[in-house]
Design a binder for this molecule. Structure first.
Ligand SMILES: Cc1ncc(COP(=O)(O)O)c(C=O)c1O
Length: 418
């Protein structure tokens, strides 16, 4: 059944209660009552710590938390729920790989390939580990029409490459990268491939086995789930071989003490990577968010966003004085649109939009190198869509931008009574 954003909106208390055109979905999504209620119900009926007590509440809480891993595994078609590690967010997932894998595996002279489109969270962990290990970072830039330069990518991958870490969808340009092709190129030289799925998993079908990546990182809060819960998918063989990232409770099988020495052995997957009391209720909320998205169908989510993005791009281009950045073909992009108004800095545009009840983001969007590369020294304004956005939301944005442009051009008198 076709996704109906007007019906969907009724599930989102904030969108019902507040008269706001919410176009900041790349930063975080709003939450449906189903997710809010599932978390409240869990607190009211099942809450206890997991894997620690033999009592009924602990058993039920453990079951719900483990089931959440299964729900997520199915959602991205992982082979096993043991390949799903719950972390705090995308940032922590990538740091986990950089520290647990990179710190041990990278050697002097090795190379890590990333792209100029990376969010700081898929750039800075690699900068840090490469520096510690004497490895080199190679940065692939853009080709035509704001797409990745695949020629340069192929030239950058060599026998020295150990990691190719790339975003699936740029959180600024919206560029959709061919991660299947990139994973294949990485594997041809026995490198690992990490995909940053923060802007893809919430918005389109993502299948780890089809992509063939070794790791996929994403955040619950950008896909209708609560904050504080994110996912690292990792191929079981790799996760099994890796050392833990954080050490403490629940990640050990046993800790022996003999002859004055402490000898730990690690717990099975995924618990080896989930040290301490995890975000139990966050896991339950994320599973409910996934169920909500699955009821709609990820193909439908994608179709809706493509349609809205196409409409928004068309209307933005009709405005004189707007510069849009990102691929012109809608099939090559996600539902994120970065732009600037001639004669006005991005923060002022965002503030003026806010005065008109429209929430967008402005600045560098945690991708400052990309902005520098593009010569956008003040950043960009970013509008980003999700399942509850409508054509009317796009119209509101365009009308407001039209009025702001008049202001800039000194035709303020025309907007009296705005
Ligand atoms: C592409 C991309 N990667 C990583 C992140 C970081 O996500 P989080 O802040 O949830 O760790 C974001 C967040 O905006 C993102 O857009």
């Amino acid at each position: 059944m076709a996704l109906n954003p007007y019906e969907i909106r009724r599930d989102f208390p904030l969108l019902v209660k507040r008269r706001i055109v919410y176009l900041d979905n790349a930063a975080t999504s709003q939450k449906p009552r189903q997710v809010i209620e599932a978390m409240a119900k869990f607190y009211e009926e099942k809450y206890a710590n997991i894997h620690r007590g033999l009592h009924v509440l602990s058993r039920e809480a453990s079951e719900a938390y483990e089931e959440a891993h299964e729900v997520v595994a199915k959602f991205i078609d992982a082979k096993s729920w043991r390949e799903i590690v719950f972390v705090k967010n995308t940032t922590e997932a990538i740091n986990l790989v950089a520290y647990s894998w990179g710190l041990r595996e990278l050697r002097k002279g090795d190379e890590v390939v990333v792209t100029i489109m990376e969010h700081h969270s898929n750039l800075l962990p690699w900068v840090a580990i490469a520096k510690l290990k004497g490895a080199k970072l190679r940065i692939v830039e853009l080709g035509e029409d704001y797409t990745l330069n695949y020629e340069q990518l192929e030239e950058s991958i060599s026998e020295r490459t150990r990691v190719v870490a790339v975003t699936h969808v740029s959180n600024v340009l919206g560029t959709l990268n061919d991660v299947k092709r990139i994973a294949k190129l990485a594997h041809e030289v026995d490198a690992i491939c990490l995909v940053d799925g923060a802007q893809s998993v919430p918005h389109m079908p993502v299948n780890v086995r089809e992509i063939g990546c070794d790791f996929l990182a994403f955040s619950g809060h950008k896909m209708l789930g609560p904050t504080g819960i994110g996912v690292l998918y990792g191929r079981e063989e790799l996760l099994s071989e890796m050392e833990p990232f954080l050490y403490g409770g629940d990640m050990v099988r046993e800790v022996r003490y003999a002859g004055g020495a402490v000898r730990p052995s690690w717990n099975e997957l995924p618990w080896k990577f989930e040290a301490g009391t995890p975000n139990i209720v966050g896991g339950v909320g994320l599973a409910e968010a996934v169920r909500y998205l699955e009821r709609i169908g990820m193909d439908e989510v994608r179709r809706h966003e493509v349609e809205l993005t196409q409409y928004a791009l068309k209307r933005l281009r009709e405005l004189n004085g707007v510069e849009v950045y990102g691929p012109s073909k809608v099939e090559k992009r996600g539902g994120v649109i970065a732009f600037n108004l001639r004669g006005l800095d991005p923060h002022s545009v965002a503030a003026l939009l806010d005065e008109r009840g429209i929430a967008v983001r402005s600045g560098f969007h945690c991708a400052q190198p990309l902005h520098e590369y593009l010569g956008l020294v003040e950043g960009t304004v970013r509008a980003s869509f999700y399942i509850y956005n409508t054509r009317e939301d796009v119209d509101a944005l365009i009308n407001a931008l039209g009025k702001i442009l008049m202001l800039v051009e000194g035709r303020a008198s025309e907007i009296v009574g705005d």
